[in-house]
Design a protein around this ligand. Structure first.
Ligand code: ADP
Ligand code: MG
Length: 302
């Protein structure tokens, strides 16, 4: 049965000639282009923790891959290969076919080669590892922000968090079917200094850039782009935009002298400066925010 599933997954996937040996042997053999660096990222989604029972199999297949691709977007790498580790309580073919369909639709959209994986029995858990490549020294690192850099984001924030609390209001696709910002990443890679994908919330993720770069950030709430539907639905919209996770947009920093290179749909929300933290201003008044974003482990003593 497990082998039928592997055959089915293989039949649904397409590979190009970078795959010397794909699904079916003990390991895959892949050929990266000459003179490129490999960029690798892995992510795990667990039922009850990262997704709920309302998530359809199709959406889960899409999202499991989207979250990993988003990490390669944040590095400005070109994703080429992926492995899929699937832990399911039983071989429910209807569910599995929908899952594979959601996964392969996004994989094919980005000409991604599925080169292997694993299938195990247990509580529903999906783990994906994406492999990409980039020109040497062309990847974007969290630690490379510079004092005085402008801070930008690639789209509207808070939609996924708002959808989580307001289902069936036209926002569900933002929560269940996020699209990794791979195209924008290629447009900014030649002038951006630091970049991160917003998976845990703007404050938390921009905070990582601050920490890694040894700088502080000031952002203006009124400049953060928020979907008007979110603003209309919830008085909590600023909380969603600042601290809601799962948007998978990019937050990046760049020199003010490159402002004219900013691609469409990107918005400048603030500036890097001294300090160590992210400070939020509303009409030039600093506001205090309690919720710093999604924390994976609570009360960890270090
Ligand atoms: P092994 O026992 O050597 O780990 P498996 O039976 O787990 O072999 O896998 C056989 C082949 O099928 C391998 O090439 C593996 O990468 C591939 N494979 C297994 N599960 C998946 C999956 N979920 N998606 C894609 N390929 C898979
Ligand atoms: Mg195996």
């Amino acid at each position: 049965m497990e082998f039928d599933l592997i055959s089915y997954i293989k039949s649904q996937s397409q590979t190009d000639d970078s795959v010397i040996l794909g699904i079916g042997d003990d390991a895959a053999v892949i050929q990266p282009p000459p003179d490129q660096q490999m960029v690798v990222s892995t992510d795990t989604l667990i039922l009850g923790q990262h997704f709920d029972e309302l998530t359809t199999a199709q959406q889960l297949g899409h999202k499991a891959l989207a979250v990993s691709l988003s990490d390669l977007a944040a590095m400005a790498a070109k994703p080429r290969w992926v492995t899929l580790n699937l832990t399911v309580p039983e071989l429910d073919w209807k569910w599995l076919k929908e899952f594979v369909s959601g996964f392969m639709e996004l994989a094919n959209l980005h000409q991604l080669n599925l080169v292997g994986g694993d299938i195990t029995q247990g509580p529903c858990t999906i783990s994906t590892t994406v492999f990409g490549h980039a020109q040497p020294s062309k990847t974007l690192h969290r630690s490379h922000a510079q004092r005085g850099d402008l801070i930008a984001v690639t789209g509207q924030l808070g939609s996924a968090a708002c959808a989580l609390h307001n289902r069936n209001k036209g926002l569900d696709k933002f929560l269940y079917e996020p699209h990794p910002q791979l195209a924008v990443a290629q447009q900014i890679k030649d002038f951006a200094h630091a970049c991160i994908d917003i998976s845990d919330g703007l404050l938390a993720d921009l905070g990582h850039i601050c920490q890694a770069s040894g700088l502080g950030a000031k952002i203006a709430l009124e400049h953060i782009p928020v979907n008007p539907v979110v603003k209309a639905l919830s008085p909590q919209w600023s909380e969603y935009a600042l601290s809601g996770g799962d948007d998978y947009h990019l937050c990046f920093t760049f020199s003010a002298s490159d402002l004219e290179k900013l691609p469409p749909h990107c918005s400048v929300i603030g500036q890097m400066g001294c300090g160590q933290t992210v400070r939020v201003f509303k009409n030039n008044q600093e506001i205090i925010h309690k919720n710093k974003g999604f924390v994976h482990f609570e009360s960890v003593n270090t």
